[in-house]
Design a protein. Structure first.
Length: 138
């Protein structure tokens, strides 16, 4: 039997109408430096390099809806971002181009959308893991 090949999770990639614009938003939001930049592609990484986000230009990108209605482009994934002060983090994100979603499924989590429409959650890390509550919303 062949040995199983090694798999290393490298990054999460978000499609967008403009990879550079969306990368700029997340770089400013998270304070992460650019690791790699090419036409139509940008990668940013946490200062320790442990987490990476990539952005790819997709000319046929369809903006997701949160929450999605019938026959609308649904979100396919979202980012959970732990913060130390939820109101300040929301203000920081909005000042950089995020919008606060109208529908908020949990009192201790804020759902926002990045400039390309991808939902992401901000939460203070002293409660239950948001992944455990995924059934409640993004």
């Amino acid at each position: 039997m062949k040995p199983r090949p090694r798999f290393t999770f490298a990054a999460t990639t978000l499609d967008a109408p403009d990879a550079h614009e969306l990368a700029r938003f997340y770089r400013d939001l998270l304070g992460w430096p650019t690791r790699k930049e090419e036409p139509g592609w940008v990668e940013i990484a946490s200062p320790d390099g442990a987490a990476r986000l990539s952005f790819q230009t997709e000319p046929l990108f369809t903006r997701p809806r949160w929450p999605a209605g019938r026959h609308e482009q649904q979100m396919m994934m979202h980012l959970d971002i732990e913060v130390d002060d939820l109101p300040s983090a929301v203000d920081h994100a909005v000042a950089r181009g995020a919008t606060v979603a109208d529908f908020q499924p949990q009192a201790d989590v804020r759902v926002l959308c990045d400039p390309a429409g991808h939902p992401f959650c901000l939460f203070v890390g002293n409660g239950p893991d948001p992944v455990e509550r995924a059934a409640d919303g993004p």
